[in-house]
Design a protein around this ligand. Structure first.
Ligand SMILES: Cc1cc2nc3c(=O)[nH]c(=O)nc-3n(C[C@H](O)[C@H](O)[C@H](O)COP(=O)(O)OP(=O)(O)OC[C@H]3O[C@@H](n4cnc5c(N)ncnc54)[C@H](O)[C@@H]3O)c2cc1C
Length: 341
């Protein structure tokens, strides 16, 4: 059985974990650290799938930026071609018409898929994928972690960036009753996410009509994206739509048969887009149990009394890519040398 020793272990290679790892690498080069990620890929909810050689975003759809530092990071990604301005104006389905949204907002996307920013952030970082942390115990001034594969990891400090319920599964016993009570009000919505593909002819017909639609009618859908409209300068061999369901529908139907769910989604989609959506070439469903946090902590992290355990993520400041980024910056400003070996 392998056994490793670190100053710091970061759980999760989503945007929060990777931004934090980057900051640590450059600002605290003497710290021996490791990022442990349960999945095979990077990015967490900034998720991309490949469908017949075309990428598709089935988690995060786009991101916005208010913070100056985040804007500067986006500028750097724009220069590298990793990020593109998608649109300043999306559409709304009102039940009788699709119309431009009121107002406007700058939305960015990744032409090669959302995971491309995670892959960029992870360059040169010690990230171990396929490493699910299943147990955490604290004794003799150290944390002792166990992975699903039976590996043991020892560390002075842990930063967990997993969605809050998953962090609490591991660490609730190490938080005060007062902290646990404060965290109880932070809950997550779930989201059923459908991917539908259509012929290139339909792609040509639909591509220029819309980019994304906020679905303000019916009880099932909340959002529809013309994912193909993000793949600028790439050969489009199929039209791909991504549909997100409302939290209420997602929760109620989470365990339902996938084909039943997809049929319900397609029926409501046809009301706004037309009957052509009833005959997709391919249909897939992804279930996000923890999609977005409904309340947030209002600060970048929650720490145990001795600061050896830090819980953070998008549930701290704002349940968005920018919120995950800002939470990571808040944690990076901590003096880890106080707890490091
Ligand atoms: C369907 C959907 C649509 C969204 N749309 C948008 C949008 O349009 N714009 C926007 O800005 N945001 C959107 N979001 C929210 C955005 O994706 C998140 O706010 C952001 O990605 C959270 O990043 P994070 O690093 O905090 O968490 P995550 O991305 O969840 O990263 C946590 C990581 O921890 C890993 N992990 C968990 N437990 C363990 C464990 N025990 N051991 C090891 N690894 C573990 C997970 O695999 C994951 O990779 C959307 C989210 C979803 C699901």
């Amino acid at each position: 059985m392998n056994s490793d020793n670190y100053d710091l272990v970061i759980i999760g290679a989503g945007i929060c974990g990777l931004v934090l790892a980057n900051e640590i690498k450059f600002e605290k080069p003497n710290l021996k650290f490791q990022v442990c990620e349960k999945s095979a890929g990077l990015g967490g909810r900034a998720a991309t799938r490949r469908l017949n050689e075309q990428v598709v975003d089935h988690g995060t759809q786009y991101f916005t930026a208010q913070d100056q530092e985040f804007k500067a990071l986006i500028e750097a990604w724009l220069e590298k071609g990793l990020v593109k301005l998608w649109t300043n104006k999306l559409s709304v389905w009102y039940g009788d018409r699709i119309a431009p949204e009121k107002g406007q907002k700058t939305r960015y996307i990744c032409p090669q898929g959302m995971t491309s920013i995670a892959k960029d952030l992870a360059k040169g970082l010690p990230v171990k994928t396929n490493t699910l942390i299943v147990e955490a115990k604290r004794h003799s001034d150290k944390w002792h972690l166990k992975t699903e594969a039976g590996e043991e990891i020892h560390t002075k400090t842990i930063v967990s960036t997993a969605p809050l319920p998953q962090s609490l599964d591991l660490f609730a016993d190490y938080l005060s009753a007062e902290t646990k009570a404060r965290l109880e009000r932070i809950t997550y919505t779930s989201c059923l996410s459908a991917i539908l593909t259509f012929s290139p002819e339909i792609a040509a017909e639909t591509l220029n009509k819309f980019k994304g639609i906020f679905w303000h009618s019916g009880n099932i859908i909340s959002w529809v994206a013309n994912d193909s409209s993000k793949r600028v300068n790439q050969p489009i061999t199929q039209a791909i739509l991504v549909i997100h369901c409302q939290p209420g529908f997602s929760e109620k139907n989470f365990e339902e048969d996938e084909n039943v769910i997809l049929d319900k989604i397609i029926s409501e989609l046809a009301l706004g887009l037309g009957d052509w959506v009833k005959n997709p070439i391919e249909k897939q469903l992804k279930k996000w149990k923890y999609s977005q946090a409904t309340n947030v902590a209002g600060k970048p992290y929650i720490a145990s009394n001795d600061n050896s355990l830090i819980l953070t993520g998008d549930w701290c400041i704002e349940s968005k890519i920018e919120g995950a980024y800002l939470a990571a910056l808040g944690v990076a400003s901590l003096d880890f040398s106080l707890t490091a070996v």
